[in-house]
Design a protein around this ligand. Structure first.
Ligand SMILES: Nc1ncnc2c1ncn2[C@@H]1O[C@H](COP(=O)(O)OP(=O)(O)O)[C@@H](O)[C@H]1O
Ligand SMILES: O=C(O)C1=C[C@@H](OP(=O)(O)O)[C@@H](O)[C@H](O)C1
Ligand SMILES: [Mg+2]
Length: 173
């Protein structure tokens, strides 16, 4: 099985993905980490030096390499992954996609401390600016996220809840 996690930055794709992979006994991958490994520099550095267009090309390439190589995995994507280069179609065709839906105020709370390390959120002067940026980003991305066949809404988005969701989905498929 290939299980893909999608959702906004701060939704918990990396954190929950890792725990789900352990529970499902599947290898775990984080798309950003794979890009960082191949590039030999951080996501922030790639954005700063090469720009977002380059990052999105690399993201799409690394995603395709991973999918081809790994028939079994849990993959935490980046927040923007489903919205570029027809990546969402690839996810929908090659595995099961789970959208982690987290309300905006909770995203703001989680990202307030770590926004500096996230290039699209860095340099926002205060919480109001961070909230406005996240609101705008979510509005543009919602139509992509909503195409995932599975959806889990915080605060009940636990490993146990997702395992139950998967079992129900697979029984009905
Ligand atoms: N279920 C959760 N409840 C509270 N905080 C969480 C939860 N999942 C993740 N976090 C926190 O939110 C931040 C972003 O989590 P992360 O897994 O990196 O999200 P993503 O990969 O979707 O950007 C981290 O500080 C993490 O500790
Ligand atoms: O939302 C985005 O466009 C991005 C989210 C990041 O991943 P996380 O969602 O894990 O923060 C990372 O891929 C890059 O900084 C771009
Ligand atoms: Mg992540």
């Amino acid at each position: 099985m290939r299980l893909y996690l999608i959702g906004m930055p701060g939704a918990g794709k990396t954190t929950l993905g890792r725990a789900l992979a352990t529970a499902l006994e599947l290898p775990f991958f984080d798309l950003d980490e794979e890009i960082v490994r191949q590039e030999g520099r951080s996501v922030a550095e790639v954005f700063q030096t090469e720009g977002e267009v380059y990052f999105r090309c690399r993201e799409a390439e690394v995603l395709r390499e991973l999918v081809e190589r790994q028939p079994r995995l849990v993959l935490a994507t980046g927040g923007g992954t489903p919205c570029f280069h027809h990546n969402l179609e690839l996810l929908l065709e090659t595995g099961l996609t789970l959208y982690l839906a987290v309300p905006l105020p909770e995203l703001v709370r989680r990202l307030h401390e770590s926004a500096a390390a996230r290039p699209l959120l860095a340099q926002l002067s205060d919480v109001a600016a961070l909230e406005a940026r996240l609101h705008e980003t979510l509005a543009a991305r919602q139509r992509f996220y909503d195409r995932a066949p599975l959806r889990c809404a915080a605060p009940t988005c636990t490993v146990e809840a997702v395992l139950h969701l998967l079992a129900t989905y697979q029984a009905s498929a």
